[in-house]
Design a protein around this ligand. Structure first.
Ligand code: FAD
Length: 413
């Protein structure tokens, strides 16, 4: 295995929470030590760049080491942040969160930072805004889009997050275009369509794009998103070559349209499927329904497939039910609100998407709803679903069921 990084198999997902001081150190993010991998017989070449794939000869070219032959190859090159495409991108003080060793160094820098700008309210952007604010840094978020996470979440889902950011002192600049990073050697401001914002650091959280340079140069077939096209065994267009993770494009189950930039849990399952097939076994990967969820500000938000905004943009017809429910018995300490939106196909009432915001219990609902979409569950099924009622962990009325009942009531009115 070749990796450009100094380490393998750590959780980048935990980095924002170390920066936010919720996790005490980076060490706990590593899955295993280098010695443990070596003991398992895994030959990992760290800080080693593969700079070419020769599909015909069945070889990869390793920087400084020459050609290495393969019987089967798995391409798992991950993602790159989209180029912000503005002047000043070579200044110091621009932080692209990815590599854990660099994150350790940036964490020391953060101790000296008074004002930070987070460029774009993408999923990572949301986590980094929250982390910077937790850390006591004056934090600005700049995004040309109209609200936080607007590619994924509806405005009514994002609003509580933005309200909680405002309470945490975060300054939001939506509908504001980043025009340049300004500074002499080191960034001292960002120039935006609304004026200059002085800062000590910019966390660049642009869109995740597939890191497809090797695949493209080798001639592997790429999809419309730029991700490597794979079949249900994670096999690419070239014999004996598999791909997995953020560099791939996978069909979204509801629309059969290819999507890219999925999550670590998708990458992990895809890696297992690619590995088993490359090793001579047989395992299949299925289209995705993309349950998602995260903590942003003081809220949890999440969903499955897509929400109202994306459905409208894609021209997908839908009927919708919403409900404002609660996470525990109304009298139990710690009870929080949960707002649920369900989208269903107008004719069949099959669930096609959902969005939620609440204080707790969003992840479990997103996972459940993804399975509901996948298996063709309808609003009628959900309206009459059974649910756990136990004061510390669940309310009498499940918000998902109430949202489905409200949708049916609206349709029958
Ligand atoms: C800060 C952060 C927070 C995240 N939070 C979450 C989260 O909460 N939940 C979640 O599900 N996902 C999260 N993710 C996403 C998740 O980490 C990724 O989806 C997952 O790591 C993708 O795995 P991958 O193997 O495809 O790519 P990566 O883990 O990015 O690995 C790519 C590998 O390819 C190597 N590489 C690339 N090109 C070359 C080359 N030419 N030669 C040699 N090696 C090369 C790199 O060195 C690297 O080891 C987060 C990501 C980041 C960065």
């Amino acid at each position: 295995m070749f990796t450009e990084f100094e380490d393998a198999a750590y959780s980048p997902c935990g980095i924002p929470y170390v920066h936010g001081k919720e996790i005490p150190n980076f060490e706990s993010l590593f899955l295993a030590t280098k010695e443990q991998y070596a003991k398992q017989g895994i030959d990992i070449r760290y800080e080693t760049r593969v700079d070419g794939i020769d599909l015909k000869a069945g070889k990869v070219h390793v920087d400084g080491q020459g050609d290495v032959s393969y019987d089967r190859l798995i391409v798992a090159t991950g993602f790159n942040y989209a180029d912000p495409g503005v002047p000043g991108a070579d200044l110091q003080g621009l932080y692209y969160v990815k590599n854990i060793r660099q994150a350790m160094e940036w964490d020391k820098v953060l101790d000296t930072v008074k004002v930070a700008v987070v460029a774009e309210a993408t999923p990572l952007g949301l986590e980094m805004v929250t982390a910077m604010a937790h850390r006591g840094i004056e934090t600005h978020v700049v995004d040309h889009r109209p609200w936080a996470l607007s590619d994924l979440a509806d405005p009514d889902i994002a609003q509580p997050v933005q309200d909680s950011w405002a309470e945490m002192g975060v300054k939001m600049h939506f509908g504001t275009t980043l025009q340049a990073f300004v500074g002499e050697g080191h960034v001292r401001a960002v120039q935006t369509s609304e004026g200059e914002l002085p800062c000590d650091l910019v966390v660049v959280c642009t869109k995740k794009e597939p890191n497809n340079a090797l695949a493209r140069a080798a001639g592997l077939k790429l999809g419309g998103t730029g991700g490597v096209i794979v079949d249900n065994r994670m096999a690419t267009s070239a014999a004996g070559v598999y791909a997995a993770g953020d560099c791939c494009e996978i069909p979204l189950g509801v629309t059969n349209v290819g999507v890219q930039g999925l999550t670590g849990s998708h990458a992990y399952s895809q890696g297992k499927v690619a590995g088993i097939n490359a090793g001579g076994g047989h395992r299949e990967y299925q289209p995705v329904y993309v349950p998602w969820g995260m903590v942003a500000g003081t809220w949890m938000i999440g969903g499955v497939s897509f929400g109202e905004t994306a459905a409208k943009a894609l021209g997908i017809p839908y009927v919708m039910g919403t409900a404002q429910g609660i996470s525990r018995a109304r009298y139990f300490p710690g009870v929080t609100k949960i707002f649920v939106k369900l989208l269903a196909e107008p004719k069949t009432l099959r669930l096609i998407g959902a969005q939620m915001v609440g204080g707790e219990g969003i992840k479990e609902r997103a996972d459940f709803l993804a399975m509901a979409v996948k298996t063709g569950i309808t609003l009628t099924d959900l309206a009459f679903m059974e649910n756990v009622y136990s004061p510390p962990i669940g309310a009498l009325n499940e918000p998902i069921a109430v949202a489905a009942q409200n949708a049916l009531n609206k349709l029958n009115a």
